[in-house]
Write a protein that binds this ligand. Structure first.
Ligand SMILES: CN1CCCC[C@@H]1Cn1ccc2ccc(-c3n[nH]c(N)c3C#N)cc21
Length: 238
């Protein structure tokens, strides 16, 4: 899968993708990430990308020309790609949408604005407008990284452990169970006995109960379409 990112801060993207799962997937050739500086698609000597908003108001708005020139440059190879604009006005990004992007797109262009936002006419050239959550960021780059990271995790072979993606919370429809590792006793804070028992059936049941308990407490909205067994466990918790 190929990601092409349009931004005025390429370093933000370049720094993050070198590390962790993403770095390994890049080294394996499972993923390719190309970052384009929108300033390279300007036509003035100052590489200007923003201007004052028509109609007045605070701040600056990013001009359409650099976005248009960059998108036309990418489209010149006539290869199919999904163009995604990151924006607070976009549809909510979820695990389900990450799965859809992974399944349907061989290549994605992630378009990152800054300032007060970008000229509305850029939307005529994009396929999707996506928001990663109901909070205000300073630009689209962090959102682009969230999308890249969550989509790459779903690519077969990217994690090197097929179970990991399947085991990820949100894939199962509820939150994750608690995790523990050595030491067994840290200043009197002990690891739950069941995890030391070696009884895998008991451990699995304990983890399911804890996951459902966490979900009921913090994200009851996720508790839909539970299996009869999970519903039975949930009812015991109520
Ligand atoms: C602060 N400044 C004035 C208020 C409006 C936003 C603007 C900053 N800004 C400019 C381009 C841009 C793109 C995405 C996001 C963004 N914020 N929150 C999300 N979930 C986002 C996504 N995905 C913010 C952006």
């Amino acid at each position: 899968m190929k990601f092409e990112v349009l931004t005025i801060f390429p370093e933000i993207i370049e720094c993050y993708i070198k590390h962790g799962v993403l770095g390994k997937a890049l080294n394996k050739g499972i993923v390719e990430v190309k970052v384009y500086n929108l300033r390279d698609f300007t036509s003035d000597k100052h590489k200007k990308v923003d201007d004052y908003p028509y109609g007045g108001g605070a701040g600056m708005v990013m001009q359409i020309e650099p976005f248009y020139n960059a998108i036309m440059h990418l489209k010149a190879d006539e290869k199919p790609r999904k163009l995604v604009l990151l924006s607070p006005q976009g549809r909510k990004f979820t695990q389900k949408l990450a799965q859809k992007f992974m399944e349907e797109s061989k290549a994605m262009v992630l378009i990152c604005g800054r300032y007060e936002g970008i000229d509305e006419r850029v939307k005529a050239f994009v396929d999707e407008e996506v928001s990663i959550g109901d909070y205000v960021l300073s630009g689209g780059e962090l959102a682009a990284l969230v999308i890249i990271d969550s989509v790459v995790r779903l690519i077969p072979g990217a994690l090197g452990d097929e179970l990991s993606a399947v085991e990820d919370s949100f894939m199962k429809g509820f939150l994750d169970y608690p995790h523990y590792t050595r030491p067994e006793d840290f200043k009197g804070m002990k690891v739950p006995e069941v995890l030391l028992s070696g009884d895998h059936k008991k451990i699995a049941l304990w983890r399911k109960r804890q996951a459902l308990k966490n979900t009921l407490k913090n994200r009851p909205d996720l508790l839909k379409n539970l299996s009869p067994e999970d519903m039975r466990i949930l009812k015991e918790l109520c």
